[in-house]
Design a protein around this ligand. Structure first.
Ligand code: ATP
Length: 304
């Protein structure tokens, strides 16, 4: 039996500007995404019947809590395959095996990335030959972050985050990711944002952030990391404020809550800082893991 294995990167939002609530229930966003080396792996193989199954495993290196990941049609990767099969008019069964490393419900879009990887893997295994652009159209219906996770690198997301334009970015950056022992629900964080900020301004991307990326200026990038959801995440999880403080006091250039949180991400000057900072961050309240990673990384790509 053949299979296709796809790398599914985590993302962070270097800038996340949240605007007014739209009639369709989504907020208007302007965000700068970066894909990271930190990744899940999704293996896709065909079955003899018409079922779509998923197994999730977190082995010795798999850090994320696999028990929080649905093993039925609610799994975003299963939904992605079902959507692709129905759009392509095929009924061939598919087995998905996800090796989970991206923190679950951590604001790093692990589920969305598994879905992007499942689209790429199923497209290959089913021999559909769809272009990346065609897959991206389906991706937008699966979730706002999914098109970026196909795309990878650095990108600006507008609309509800699903309309991607590439960003010119030089060089690589080092990050430490502090994983919290308990996830946060994205809808709950947006509800708290609405309570704190009932009348937000139209969203925008800071020009300073873009020029720091063009110039590969880590210090400047650190000064312009922003997340409009941070106050809402901190309101629901006050201890995150302490986590951010510990990282900055220990020498990180900057720390922000990743997307809807509770994962916190620290930008480092370079890799030499990582070991000392990791040790200090392990003492932060609610810290379940500290991961050293880099970005930008490619979007969902076949690796075997
Ligand atoms: P969001 O993309 O909503 O911001 P997130 O990045 O914070 O979410 P995810 O790890 O993607 O967090 O998971 C959010 C929820 O989606 C989980 O609690 C889980 O119930 C569900 N889910 C569905 N499919 C997956 C998957 N393949 N991996 C992880 N979670 C999944």
């Amino acid at each position: 039996m053949t299979s296709t294995t796809v790398r599914a990167p985590a993302k962070i939002n270097l800038g996340l500007s949240v605007g007014p609530l739209r009639d369709d229930g989504f907020h208007e966003l302007a965000t700068v995404y970066m894909a990271l080396d930190l990744h899940d792996t999704v293996r896709v193989s065909l079955r003899d019947d018409d079922q779509v199954t998923v197994a999730v495993h977190a082995d010795a290196d798999g850090r994320a809590e696999s028990t929080a990941v649905p093993l039925d049609a609610d799994n975003l990767a299963v939904r992605a395959v079902e959507m692709l099969r129905s759009a392509a008019g095929v009924t061939t069964g598919v087995d998905l095996m996800i090796r989970k490393v991206i923190p679950v419900a951590g604001g790093m879009a692990g589920g969305s990335s598994d879905a992007a990887a499942a689209l790429v893997g199923a497209n290959a295994e089913l021999g559909l030959g769809w272009s990346r652009e065609a897959l991206a159209e389906l991706a937008a219906d699966l979730g706002s972050d999914v098109p970026f996770l196909l795309h990878g690198g650095v990108g600006i997301g507008t609309g509800r985050g699903e309309q991607i334009s590439p960003v010119l970015s030089r060089g690589r950056y080092a990050f430490l990711v502090v994983v919290a022992s308990e996830g946060l629900s994205t809808p709950e964080v947006y509800a708290e944002f609405d309570r704190l900020e009932p009348d937000p301004a139209p969203p925008h991307v800071a020009p300073e952030l873009m020029s720091a990326l063009r110039g590969h200026d880590a210090e400047r990038l650190g000064e312009h990391l922003t997340n409009d959801l941070e106050a809402a995440a901190l309101s629901l999880r006050p201890e995150l404020d302490r986590v951010l403080q510990i990282g900055v006091d220990a020498g990180a250039l900057a720390g922000i809550v990743s997307g809807s949180g509770p994962t916190c991400v620290f930008l480092l000057e370079d890799d030499a800082d990582a070991q000392q900072l990791t040790a200090e961050l392990w003492s932060a309240p609610g810290c379940a893991d500290v991961i050293h990673t880099h970005g930008p990384a490619s979007g969902a790509r076949i690796i075997a």
